[in-house]
Design a protein around this ligand. Structure first.
Ligand code: DGT
Ligand code: MG
Length: 365
C-alpha cells in the first residue's frame, strides 16, 4: 500500500539542449540502469529503443534532487512505460531484473568486449558471435582476417580500454600544440569532447585544429601527422576526408552526423614522462582524434564535437522540429529563410536556435 508521499514533483524541459546537465547529479543508480539498457539496445542496433532510454536517463540526470518515489516523476517528459518500470524496480529493490539479466548475458558481454576493439562495430561483432567468437582469446585463435585498424585495436586492447586521464589529455594537448605551432604558426588547437565538458576521464582525446585565416588550415593535417609520425608518437593513424568509416560505429556505417572534415583517427604512443604507463611498461597507447576545420565553420565544429552525444542529437532535433532549421558540425541552415546562418561562436548558434546558452560543463546529458 503506497502511502501518499509528500510529492515534491520536478519539472524539466523537453529537450536535453534546454537543460543544464552537470557531470555529477543526484540519480546515478537510476541513470546507470537506463544507460545500460540503452547500451544494450545500441549493441543490438535498436536505435529507437536506445534513444528512448538515453533520453530517459538524461531527464534523471537533470533533476535537482534524488528521486525517492515514482510519483515525483509525474508529468516529466521522455519517461516511457518501459523506463518507468525500470525506475520503479530500482527504487523498490535497488536493482532491476531486466538490467541484471542483461548485464550477465553472454551476448551483451561478448558484444561489449568485441566492439571494445578499436575498428570493430556492432555488425562485425555480431558476425563474429555467430561464428562462435565471444572473446579476445577466441578471436586471436580464429583465422579471422582483421583490417589494419582492428589489428591495431586488438594489439593495444588493454591500453585502449583503460580510461584516459585528464593528465594524459593535457600532455597530449602539449604535444599537439607544439607540433602545430612549430609547423603552422598561428594555427590553433582546441581540446573538445568529454574533456571540454569537464570529464576527468575519457575513451579518447578529441582535438579541433583551425587557422584564423580562412584557407590557411589547408595542408595542416598532413604536416602535423607526418611530424608526429617522424617523432615515433603514432602507433596507428588513418587520415580521411569525408568519412566516419572507423568511428566507434564501425567500418562502413555512416552516421546521421556524418561530416566532411579532414579527420585523423590515431593511436598515440605516450612514453613515461608523458603519462603513467601500466607497471612494467615503458609507454601506453591512447586514442586520439584530430579534426581540421576552416575558421568559418569552427563554431559549428566546436559545438558538434563537444558533445555529449545525446546533447548533440537533441540540438539537431530541436533545430529540425522546433525551428525548421538544419544543424550540423559545419553549418546551420534556416529552411524558412532558405539561407545559412553564420556564427563565429557557440553563443551565436544558441541564439540563432532560440536557446539559452549552455556552457560545455552543463552539456553532460
Ligand atoms: P569519451 O571520449 O568516451 O569520454 O566521450 P566523448 O563525449 O568525448 O565522446 P566521443 O569522443 O565519442 O565524441 C565526442 C563528440 O564528438 C561527441 O559528442 C560526438 C561527436 N562526434 C564523434 N564522432 C563524430 C563525427 O564523426 N562527426 C561529428 N560531427 N561528430 C562526431
Ligand atoms: Mg572523446
Amino acid at each position: 500500500e503506497e502511502k501518499e508521499e509528500e510529492t515534491c514533483s520536478f519539472t524539466v524541459p523537453n529537450y536535453a539542449c534546454q537543460r543544464r546537465t552537470q557531470l555529477h547529479h543526484h540519480n546515478p543508480s537510476l541513470s546507470d540502469a537506463l544507460t545500460l539498457l540503452a547500451e544494450n539496445a545500441e549493441l543490438n542496433e535498436d536505435d529507437g529503443r536506445a534513444v528512448a532510454f538515453r533520453r530517459a536517463a538524461a531527464v534523471l540526470k537533470a533533476l535537482p534532487a534524488e528521486v525517492t518515489s515514482v510519483s515525483q516523476l509525474k508529468g516529466l517528459p521522455c519517461l516511457g512505460e518501459h523506463s518507468l518500470r525500470v525506475i520503479k524496480d530500482v527504487l523498490k529493490d535497488g536493482s532491476c531484473s531486466e538490467v541484471e539479466t542483461t548485464k550477465h548475458s553472454q551476448r551483451f558481454n561478448a558484444l561489449k568486449v568485441l566492439t571494445g576493439i578499436f575498428g570493430v562495430g556492432v555488425k562485425t561483432a555480431d558476425r563474429w558471435i555467430r561464428d562462435g567468437i565471444f572473446n579476445l582469446q577466441q578471436l586471436r585463435e580464429s583465422q579471422t582476417t582483421l583490417n589494419r585498424a582492428q589489428q591495431a585495436g586488438l594489439d593495444h586492447y588493454e591500453d585502449l580500454n583503460q580510461p584516459v586521464t585528464r593528465a594524459d589529455a593535457d600532455s597530449i594537448t602539449e604535444i599537439v600544440q607544439e607540433a602545430v605551432s612549430s609547423l603552422f604558426p598561428g594555427a590553433q588547437v582546441t581540446l573538445t569532447g568529454g574533456f571540454r565538458r569537464g570529464k576527468m576521464t575519457g575513451h579518447d582525446v578529441d582535438f579541433l585544429l583551425t587557422h584564423p585565416e580562412e584557407g590557411r588550415e589547408e595542408g595542416l593535417m598532413d604536416k602535423v601527422v607526418s611530424w608526429l609520425d617522424s617523432q615515433g608518437l603514432l602507433l596507428y593513424q588513418k587520415t580521411s576526408r569525408n568519412s566516419y568509416l572507423e568511428s566507434r560505429d564501425g567500418p562502413g556505417r555512416p552516421s546521421s552526423n556524418m561530416d566532411r572534415f579532414e579527420r585523423c583517427f590515431a593511436i598515440f604512443k605516450l612514453s613515461r614522462g608523458q603519462t603513467s604507463p601500466p607497471a612494467g611498461h615503458q609507454w601506453r597507447a591512447v586514442r586520439v582524434d584530430l579534426v581540421v576545420t576552416p575558421i568559418s565553420q569552427f563554431a559549428f565544429a566546436l559545438l558538434g564535437w563537444t558533445g555529449s552525444k545525446l546533447f548533440e542529437r537533441e540540438l539537431r532535433r530541436w533545430a529540425g522540429h522546433e525551428k525548421a532549421m538544419s544543424l550540423s558540425s559545419h553549418a546551420l541552415f534556416d529552411k524558412t529563410q532558405k539561407r545559412y546562418l553564420r556564427a563565429s561562436s557557440e553563443e551565436e548558434i544558441f541564439t540563432h536556435l532560440g536557446l539559452s546558452f549552455i556552457p560545455p560543463s552543463q552539456r553532460n546529458a
